[in-house]
Design a binder for this molecule. Structure first.
Ligand code: ATP
Ligand code: MG
Length: 143
């Protein structure tokens, strides 16, 4: 499960909560969807300093089902946001070397979401944190 995986990566260095407000289920490729969701959660852990807080939520708002990962980590400057889902795009190459990773994660997330009629919303402020929200149309779901 995503929460478990995020906790393993965090190794106790973050406070990670799950808020599950709907029983909605997605139709589609379960492995792909899982890896996209895990990717967002692992990014939150990776780009949030020790002691930070990460909230993972799953809820339905009208005809939209939302999976959101909110962190209070380093955040992203507005000029980078439109480019994050490009392949190999990473905000800070110097820092990126320390934290590992290839810069492919969000490109894959975007691809998986588009195959499931989903959308990725990114809301972030440098120094305050980020929220990545994957939105899926509820008509594609069985409750
Ligand atoms: P990987 O291929 O291992 O996922 P990556 O994490 O660098 O490598 P992406 O997941 O595509 O690649 O993310 C691209 C860049 O977006 C990251 O390098 C980082 O700079 C920025 N980023 C992603 N998520 C966050 C976040 N939650 N907070 C701050 N920056 C983020
Ligand atoms: Mg990543």
């Amino acid at each position: 499960e995503v929460l478990q995986e995020a906790r393993v990566v965090s190794a106790g260095r973050h406070r990670i909560d799950l808020d599950c407000a709907t029983h909605a289920r997605l139709l589609g490729n379960a492995k792909e969807l899982y890896s996209a969701m895990a990717n967002l959660a692992i990014n939150a852990v990776r780009y949030t300093p020790e002691g930070g807080r990460i909230q993972i939520s799953w809820r339905q708002r009208g005809s939209v089902v939302e999976y959101a990962v909110k962190d209070d980590g380093i955040g992203i400057a507005p000029e980078h946001i439109p480019r994050l889902t490009e392949r190999f795009y990473r905000v800070d190459r110097g820092r990126s070397r320390e934290t590992g990773g290839t810069g492919l994660g969000l490109a894959i997330v975007k691809h998986v979401l588009s195959r499931h009629q989903g959308d990725l919303l990114i809301d972030s402020e440098p120094g305050r944190g980020s929220t990545f929200t994957a939105c899926f149309p509820a008509r594609r779901l069985v409750a």
